[in-house]
Every structure is written in C-alpha cells, then in structure tokens.
Design a protein. Structure first.
Lengths: 437, 433
C-alpha cells in the first residue's frame, strides 16, 4: 500500500502497519531529503512487505529455519500515470541486509550508515519473548528493515550505489557481485584498523567531541530503554490484576439483588481495563524502537570518528617519516650527526664512508624525500577530503537525529495522553456502574 | 482469658507515638492473629442474662425503633475518637484514645463527655453488647494483633488506622437503634477510668461464664434440628459473601502492591531523560520536559495509591471481619434454638418436674422468637449498611482514578502544547541550505 504525497509526485512508501507516528516520521524524513538532493526515491518506491519462514541448510550443512523479507519496488512514474502495476519483488534474509551494510561501511567510510534493527530481541520486558520467531518481533523487525532501506535511499551518496540498487532489484547473484568488488579485503583491514591501538597527535577536535557524544548517547539511551522496559513490566502487572475484579464482581453479583446489575457491568469495565494494556504497550514498543535506532547509530558515528583518526594517524606518520628523511639528508650534507644511528656509530668505529658512498646515499634520500612529499600531500588531501565529506554527513545526521527524536518524544506524549483518556473513560464508566449499586 | 497487647512501644515514656511503632508490631507470633472475633463471641452465649438486659423483649422494642431514617436528620449523639497517647506503667505500655461525646439524649446526665479509653475497653464493650444482644449484628473492631504484611496494607500507620476503625465502631453502635440504648454503651462513653473499672467487675463471674461455655459447646455439637429456611438462606449468603469479600480484599491489596512497585520504577525513569538532556543541545529542553512530566505523574500516582490504601482497603477489610461476625451471630441464634429444642425433647422423655420444665421451655421459646426477630430486623439493616459502605468506597475509588488520569492527561497535554508552538522554528531551519 503506497500513499501519495503531493506536489512533488514522489510517492511515499510505507506499509499501513506502520503507526501513524512512524509513517509521519518516514514521510518527513523523505520529504526533507528529496528537497535537497537527488535521491533514489524520486525514481522508485520501496517497501518491505511481508515476512516468511524458510528452511534450508546452513554453512555447516545443518537444517535451519530462517525468516525472509519481501522487498517490493515500483517506479514512481508508473503510479502517476494512473496505472498501478504490480511491484517488482524479491526475498532477502537478515544476513543479506548485514552484508549490504558492511559493504557500504567499507566503501563509504565517511558516511554515518544507518543501523540495522536488532538481530535478537534485547532490552525487552517480560511479556515480549526474546524469541526471534515471535510474530511481534518479526513484525517490528520488518518495520525496522524497511526503515533501513528508506534511510539508504534518502542518502545523497548511498542512494546512487550500484550494489544497493541491485540488492533491491535482483535476487540472484547479488551476493557474488558483492564479493567480486573485493570489499572483503577492505573489510578485513578495516576491522584490523578499528581494533588497533595508536595515538593521534592532532585529531580534529570536532571528531573527538563527536566520539565523546556518541559514547554518552549510547550510555544514556541504553539506561533509558532498560528502565522503560521495567516500567512497562510493572504497568502490565497493575492493569492485569484489575482483571480479577471483573471475575469477582461477576461472581458476587450472582448473590446480590440490588447491587447485582451494577456489579456485573462494573466487572466488564474492569476486564476491559485489564485488556487495554496490551495495545498500549505494543505501541510503546515502537517508541522504544525509534530510540534503539539512534542507540545503534552511535556505533556508526564511532566508526566515522575512528576512520578520521586512522587517516590523521597515517598523515602524521607520513609527515614524521618525511621529517626524519629530511633530517638524515641534512646530517649527511653537513656531516654532523645530530641523531643517533647505527650507521653513524659503525662508521665512527670503522671509518668514514667514501665520497661516492655518501653521494649515493644522498641521491636515495632525495628520492625518498620527493616520494615522501608526494605521500604527505596525498595524505593531506585525503584527510581534508575525508574531514570535509564526513562533516557534511555528520551535520546532516545531527539534523536528522534532532528531528526524528523530537517527533519520537512528541509521539510518546501522544501515547501517554491516549492512555490517560482510556483510563478516564473506563473509570468513568465503572463509576456509573457503582452508582447503580 | 485473652491477652491484651495494645501496643509495643519503646520503654521511654513519651506522649507522642513513635513513628516506627508499626515496625515493632511485626514481631508478634502469627498464631496470635487467629484471635478473631468468632472465637471471642462463641464464648459469650446468648444464654447469659446480666443486669443490663431488660427482662422482656417487648420493653426493648418499645424503647427503640428498627427503622433507618432517624439517622440522617435527627442525629442526637456525636462521637469522635482521636488523640492517641501512649502510657507507660511499671507493668505495661499501652495506648489510649480520647473519646469525645456530644449528645442531647435524655438518658445522659450531661451533654458532653470526654474520656480516655484503651483498646481493651473497646473489646469489653463489644463483648458486652454481644452478650446482651446475641443475635444483633455488631460492627467489627479492628484486629487485636497485626498480621505480617498488614501494616503495609494500611499505609504504614497502624495507630491511625486503628483509631479510624474504633471511631467507626462507636458511631455504628450509636447509629444502631437498639445497641445505642445499651447501658454498657452509656457507661463506656461517660464513666471516668476508675468508674469503668468498677463497673466492669459487675456481672457474672468467671465460673458462671465457664458453665455457659460448656453448655454452648454442648449445644453446638448437638446442632439445631429445624432451622427456619430464611436463616439457612442467610447462612448460604454469608458463606458466599465471605468468600467474595475475602477475594476482593486480596485483589485490592495486590493492586496496591503492584502500583507501588510501578511507582518505584517510574521514579527512576524520569531522571534518565534528564541525564540524556545533559548531552544534547537542540533536544535538551524537550527531554527535560518529558522528565518533568514523568515526575509530576509520579506524584499523582503516589496520591492515588494513598487514596486506595486509605479508602478502599480498610472498608474491604472491615467487611471481611463483618462476615466473621455474621457467622458468629448465626451460630448463636442456632444455639438458642438448639437449647430450646433440647429442653422440648426432654419434656417428652425425661421424668422430671413437668410444670417447672414447661415454664422453662416457654421462656426459651420466647427467647428463640425474640432472637429470630432481632436478627431478621438487623439483617435488613446490615445489608443496607453494607451496600452503602461498599458502594461509597468503590465510587470514591473510581472517582479518584478518574481524577488521577485527568491530572496526568493535563500534564502531558501541557507538554504537547509547548512543543506544538515551536514548529515555526523548525521550518526556518529546513529552508536554509
């Protein structure tokens, strides 16, 4: 089900199962992006429609059950011409989404790449099972995957990526294509670099601050989500116990003459009250998912900061190397030894080198210095380029984050208002019944 | 015969109630709380005619009416129970309550009385009323001992809860058309401490009470043979009612517990938003706003739980005790009938002084009739009271819950309103390239 959006003739994607808050969020997100940059969405609608279970053999040749998700795409033009053709579709499983994301991370290290929804349900409250096969979890994951694709499609850089496009349009052979790009080697070296320990002398302060921010954000949002889950748990208990009133009132009404009717109907309202909490908490789970997305975003932020550190470190190393070569040349030319070197010591012990030997060395050094200067220039450009492009994306991310989270908080307030209104209604009704007692 | 432990307080002599008294109460042996009224009341057999009881049922009926309507407009006696104080003697420590009476009734010499009474005295009064009017329904007293966990039910203030229950007890007695005319009641309200002690010493002694007990037990073992259908119906109702009200009591306590646990978590929830706001710029205000809303909802929740504990829980608990009282009343009625039936049978079989026996049987027959009428009349009265009390308690709870949700709604709507006035800033930002 696609919704028409308006003057831009950009169809807004979405599954009707999204809550109105999420839909609005997606629409807003989409609209803003489209105004500024060319995006994939100008050309096609994307949605993650359904989920299905499949069985197959895994890598160790054992039977496994997994879920696949239906990705549907449709060119925008087709809709606006009045004809609504069936969308093209293909099935993808979660691990393929992961592969796509890893590819993008490696290929565009300056981009804050949108996170995937949880692989396993974590930070749940007791009623929600942590089972990956649980239909509610699968549904929420479906929504999360759709959101992920939309984020990519909106991104000015990522939306033009060929691998991404093929992910959406061709089911077979996509995996092989990804591996053919040779990204795996890059992925491995990236992993190594991420885990390496090195010290950067002059990192861009903005990145240092960003790293601190993402650490803080991770901590506070994790805590918030944990407490929220506990609150939800307790609220569930309160509502459900009221269901017992329903049962007892009903039994009691059987032995009372005057009070019977009032008690009986009051009991029904107590049952309704107890039942209402299920929907309330399901809705709140969507709010939690919105926060979780930004919790997972912190990892992407940290990755970009790390990349900057790496780039900066390489630049510093190159510059250091150049400086040392220049130093050596100077020493060779002037004949002074300011720095300690084994060669220097041995020559002192075993005699000076000949003029020819010195000349040869000088030539080598000059060559190295030339190369070094090139290297430094390159690294400098690389680093500047990275900082520039990364920072554009980060500013864009910050705006998106502020917008999205503001909407999320508003939708949370709306949920609380809705819950209060339901409470008022139930207890007003119950009061009427008690009055009749 | 029964232990009276009104209060266990610290040995220091004070006039104010120590705040942690409730904590000390929990140390009592759990078996003691089985000391409930059913045991007490079966000892007081309706067979006992003491000095304060009028000899003929007729004169009783003439004195006071059974009708209900006199209470609201023509209330001529006002009683309050307040001002608990602790007293320390060499032997024990206990609490007394001030009982203040204002009345225009002619049988009282003065129009105002102020006395101090301890729980033991209330227990005595209840016992006397039940002895004298064994098939009337006397409103229950608060429990003698504290059950583990009961203190949590009553919002932690045991003395206050007991005071309220004692207040209700006396007022219910005062409202009762027959019980309020009791001489024992009058003495309770008006006598000074030493006068009351002297008065209490009157009446049948220990041994005669023992004799009555044995006979009561014998009668209850024999059982009543021809119980009128209406009393069987009442008994069945009381059985069911007792179960239902017991369940409601438990459910309500569970709700209070769950609500309190919810409140504990909620108190931690708001601060997580505040913590977050410290890391944000654009979002900081909004996050603090949400934190503020949650905090205000916490306060409302606290109030709501308090209301539940103060209003619904005590009433349900009272009626749990009432159910036990009713069972006891029905048993006593049965015993009176059983005694009559036993003597009646003896008339046919035993070789005794038939005339003397016949006279005794007539008296017993009268007694049965009187007891039945008393109970019948009071039964209707009790049902009306029960309906009124429970209806009012549930209504009050529902009203408070509506109020609670309305207040929380206002909190969130205010927040939402403050957010909605900002969109103009938003669009400006979007338009700048």
């Amino acid at each position: 089900m696609m919704a028409d959006s308006g003057p831009e003739e950009i169809a807004v994607i979405g599954n009707t199962d999204l809550t109105s808050a999420e839909l609005e969020n997606n629409i807003k997100n989409t609209m803003v992006e489209i105004e500024k940059w060319t995006s994939l969405l100008r050309k096609m609608e994307i949605s993650v429609g359904e989920a299905e279970k499949r069985t197959g053999k895994n890598t160790v040749n054992m039977q496994e059950i997994y879920t696949v998700y239906l990705i549907e795409t449709r060119p925008v033009d087709a809709v606006t011409e009045g004809i609504i053709p069936a969308p093209d579709s293909l099935w993808r499983r979660y691990s393929e989404f992961e592969l796509l994301r890893n590819y993008l991370l490696v290929t565009y290290p300056f981009v804050v790449v949108a996170p995937l929804p949880e692989k396993r349900a974590e930070i749940v409250w007791h009623k929600l099972s942590a089972d990956n096969m649980d239909p509610d979890f699968v549904e929420r994951r479906r929504v999360g995957l759709e959101n992920f694709l939309l984020r990519l499609a909106c991104h000015p850089v990522l939306c033009n990526d060929k691998i991404f496009y093929i992910f959406l349009t061709e089911e077979k052979g996509w995996k092989e294509m990804v591996y053919e790009t040779g990204f795996q080697a890059k992925a491995d070296s990236r992993l190594k670099a991420m885990n390496a320990a090195f010290r950067v002398k002059n990192p861009d302060k903005r990145f240092t601050e960003l790293k601190h921010y993402s650490d803080e954000l991770q901590t506070v949002v994790s805590q918030l989500l944990r407490v929220r889950a506990r609150v939800a748990d307790r609220l569930y208990g309160v509502y459900k116990v009221h269901g017992n009133y329903g049962r007892v009132f009903s039994e009691w009404s059987a032995i009372e003459k005057e009070m019977g009717d009032g008690l009986q109907s009051a009991g029904h309202h107590m049952d309704a009250y107890a039942a209402s909490v299920d929907d309330i908490l399901e809705e709140e789970e969507h709010y939690a998912d919105q926060l979780k997305e930004y919790l997972f975003y912190t990892e992407a932020l940290r990755a970009v900061c790390r990349k900057h550190e790496l780039t900066q470190f390489e630049l510093e190393m190159a510059a250091q190397d150049l400086a040392s070569k220049k130093q050596q040349k100077e020493e060779l030319v002037t004949g002074t030894v300011r720095t300690f070197s084994l060669k220097g010591m041995t020559s002192k012990l075993f005699g000076q080198e000949t003029a020819e030997q010195r000349e040869a060395k000088l030539q080598v050094l000059e060559q190295q210095i030339e190369e070094g200067e090139e290297a430094v220039k390159e690294k400098n450009t690389e680093s500047d380029e990275f900082v520039k492009t990364a920072w554009i994306d980060i500013e864009h991310f910050k705006d998106q984050k502020d917008r999205d989270l503001k909407e999320a908080l508003i939708s949370y307030a709306i949920m609380q208002i809705s819950r209060c209104k339901k409470g008022i209604q139930v207890w007003t009704n119950a009061k009427e019944c008690f009055n009749k007692m | 015969m029964s232990r009276t432990i009104d209060a266990v307080v610290s040995p220091t002599q004070t006039n104010t109630i120590p705040a942690d008294i409730s904590g000390q109460m929990l140390d009592l042996d759990e078996d003691d709380d089985l000391e409930v009224f059913s045991k007490d009341s079966t000892l007081a057999d309706g067979n006992m005619f003491n000095a304060s009881m009028p000899t003929s049922p007729g004169s009783m009926v003439n004195q006071c009416k059974f009708e209900e309507d006199e209470e609201s407009d023509s209330k001529d006696i006002f009683i309050t129970v307040d001002n608990p104080e602790s007293h320390v003697t060499a032997i024990e420590t206990f609490i007394t309550y001030r009982v203040l009476t204002k009345t225009t009734r002619s049988e009282f010499d003065n129009s105002e009385y102020e006395v101090r009474r301890r729980y033991q005295d209330f227990l005595w009064l209840k016992g006397k009323l039940e002895d004298t009017h064994s098939t009337l329904i006397v409103h229950p007293l608060p429990e003698k001992f504290v059950v583990k966990g009961m203190v949590e039910r009553f919002n932690g203030d045991f003395i206050e809860t007991r005071r309220k229950a004692l207040h209700k007890f006396l007022n219910r007695v005062a409202d009762h058309p027959i019980l309020s005319c009791s001489e024992d009641f009058k003495v309770f309200l008006s006598a000074q401490a030493w006068e009351l002690t002297t008065y209490k010493k009157q009446g049948p002694g220990f041994l005669s009470r023992m004799g009555e007990t044995v006979r009561a037990v014998a009668n209850s073992v024999r059982g009543v043979k021809n119980r009128p259908e209406e009393f069987t119906a009442i008994q069945e109702y009381v059985e069911d009612f007792s179960n239902k009200i017991g369940s409601l009591d438990k459910v309500t306590q569970r709700i209070v517990k769950e609500q309190k646990e919810y409140l504990e978590e909620l108190k931690e929830y708001g601060p997580t938003y505040t913590l977050w706001s410290g890391s944000e710029e654009e979002l900081a205000e909004q996050l603090k706003g949400v934190a503020g809303c949650i905090e205000r909802c916490c306060k409302e929740t606290e109030e709501q739980v308090g209301h539940l504990s103060d209003t619904l829980v005590p009433v349900l608990h009272e009626y749990v005790l009432c159910a036990e009282t009713l069972k006891a009343v029905l048993r006593r009625r049965d015993n009176i009938q059983a005694e009559f039936e036993a003597k009646n049978e003896a008339l046919a079989t035993k070789k005794v002084d038939r005339d003397a026996l016949k006279e005794e049987i007539d008296k017993l027959e009268d007694r049965v009739e009187w007891a039945n009428n008393a109970l019948k009349g009071d039964w209707g009265r009790w049902q009306r009271s029960m309906r009124g009390d429970l209806k009012s308690a549930f209504l009050s709870t529902a009203e408070k819950n509506v109020d609670y949700y309305e207040k929380c709604l206002a909190v969130w709507e205010t927040f939402l309103l403050s957010q909605r006035t900002e969109p103009s800033e938003e669009t400006d930002r979007d338009n700048t390239p």
